[in-house]
Design a protein around this ligand. Structure first.
Ligand code: RVP
Length: 493
């Protein structure tokens, strides 16, 4: 039948980028790019919305490195909204809505708050929000009676405070002059309106490349599904200040996804990314539904079995290229999701038409990913699993799964009837995210230099592929040698 067979599908290992004329110094290279129409990052990397990859800690680390994390959705609405909150409060020029404690609270309660938000002290306010004092770890450290009230140990007003709208320079000067770590900001009637901390200034210097919103808070995305209370989830995430929502399914070219995108868009100005798709028609359907970003990838994931269980998918370079044909015409950014194994795959994805890439297995082994470090035969590992694996979809004790609808199986009567599309396993421990991103972004900069593209759009425009054979792939990897020293950016498979 004419038209029955699409063109040949190619993936990362099928292609290499051609070296092109290059005339640039490494410090001229700009890796910034768009996740979606209005969300820009400095490094074109997202951490995957998976329960072994992205919770608040990973999202904070990703944004500090210039990328962004997408919080997974295999948890209650309240817990996920809380995670957004944790990221948005973690670091900024000014905290606009600081955590506070009531003077009648106990020291134990104040301690809990500090631990949960990883902060060293809390302003004390009355029910009307009026600033009464501040209680810090220093005030609490020598108190053995944890049932004492905050009012008894806090440093009471008058404190050194700033007026709302104070400049960063003036705030720093106040902190320095009074040798204090926290500067509460109050309005004319003494109501607490914000907080500036020394830590935030230090962090700003420590992470100059951090991806931030217009108020200086770290960027964060979060995933929602299509079934049940998915829309309520989206609303809760938006209320917590999320920068973009990802309608996250294994089949984005389906009616429910388009409807959910349109529903969220109709009531909010937050950017909405839809996915996943792997064809030009699939991308066009999402564009017609009003998306601000398109996530591409059906079956490339390292833990994914969709291509064997269902026989469905498109090799990732071709999928990105096809989807980008629709996306570029509509001015909608593309996220290449899944299947990346080495830093060189990032530039391949971008040249194929992606604007950013999403990573699962490459980040699951980081210190900041959820889960404990495991020792096996003297080597360190972290667990990693697909969101379509049995483990992620089934009920464990009273722990419910919230993400079966990613695979459109929310209605399945019992766990034995689930049809998994992913597996569970472990990946080598890779240490802190900062060093992993350093290698990934460094690899991308090298690619940009070789191709001769100073910016991501220039890389996309100038990049050309050569198709290779299995002999070429063999030649690409180290060969005819036994590796004796592990490189920080290369593992033998
Ligand atoms: P990888 O980086 O190759 O590990 O792929 C991660 C991607 O795989 C995720 O962002 C998601 O799109 C996809 N995924 C997650 N779970 C599953 C599954 O169980 N099939 N697939």
């Amino acid at each position: 039948v004419p038209g029955k067979f699409a063109t040949l599908g190619l993936t990362y290992d099928d292609v290499l980028l051609l070296p092109g004329a290059s005339d640039m110094a490494p410090d001229q290279i700009d890796t910034s790019s768009y996740i979606s129409k209005n969300v820009r990052v400095n490094v074109p990397l997202l951490s995957a919305a998976m329960d072994k990859v992205t919770e608040a800690r990973m999202a904070i680390a990703m944004a500090r490195q210039g990328g962004v994390g997408v919080l997974h959705r295999n948890l209650s609405i309240e817990d996920q909204a809380n995670q957004v909150d944790l990221v948005k409060r973690s670091e900024s020029g000014m905290v606009t809505d600081p955590i506070t404690v009531h003077p009648d609270a106990t020291l134990a309660e104040a301690d809990d708050l500090c631990a949960r938000f990883r902060i060293s002290g809390v302003p004390v306010t009355d029910a009307a929000g009026k600033l009464l004092g501040i209680v810090t770890n220093r005030d609490m450290a020598f108190e053995t009676d944890r049932s004492r009230q905050v009012r008894a140990v806090m440093t009471p007003m008058p404190l050194v405070t700033g007026k709302v709208g104070i400049s960063g320079v003036d705030a720093m000067e106040l902190l320095r002059r009074h040798k204090i770590e926290k500067l509460p900001l109050v309005d004319d009637s003494g109501v607490l309106k914000g907080l500036i901390t020394v830590k935030d200034f230090v962090k700003a210097e420590q992470y100059p490349n951090a991806a931030k919103d217009s108020e200086g808070r770290l960027l964060v995305g979060a995933a929602v599904g299509v079934a049940g209370d998915a829309y309520e989830r989206a609303q809760a995430l938006i209320e917590s200040g999320v920068d973009f929502i990802v309608v996250d399914t294994a089949h984005g070219h389906s009616r429910l996804v388009g409807e959910m995108v349109a529903k969220i868009k109709s009531n909010s100005s937050v950017d909405v990314v839809g996915g996943n798709v792997a064809t030009r028609d699939g991308a066009q359907a999402l564009i017609d539904a009003g998306v601000d970003g398109i996530k591409v990838g059906v079956g490339p994931g390292s833990i994914c079995t969709t291509r064997v269980v269902a026989g469905i998918g498109v090799p990732q370079v071709t999928a990105i290229y096809e989807a980008s044909l629709a996306a570029k015409a509509a001015g909608v950014p593309v996220i290449g999701d899944g299947g990346l194994q080495y830093s060189g795959d990032i530039a391949k994805a971008l040249v194929a038409g992606a604007d950013t890439v999403m990573l699962g297995s490459l980040l699951a082994g980081c210190e900041e990913s959820p889960g404990e470090l495991m020792f096996i035969n003297g080597k360190q590992f972290k667990s990693y699993r697909g969101m379509g694996s049995l483990g992620a979809m089934q009920t464990r004790g009273d722990r419910k799964s919230f993400s079966k609808d990613r695979y459109f199986q929310e209605g399945v009567a019992s766990d034995e009837k689930l049809v998994p599309e992913g597996i569970e396993g472990q990946v080598p421990y890779r240490g802190p995210l900062s060093s992993v991103v350093h290698q990934l972004a460094g690899g991308l900069r090298q690619s940009m230099f070789y191709v001769g593209g100073r910016t991501v759009p220039e890389l996309q425009e100038r990049g050309r592929f050569v198709r290779i054979t299995s002999a070429g792939l063999k030649e690409s990897h180290p060969h005819d040698i036994q590796m004796t020293v592990e490189a920080p950016n290369y593992n033998a498979r």
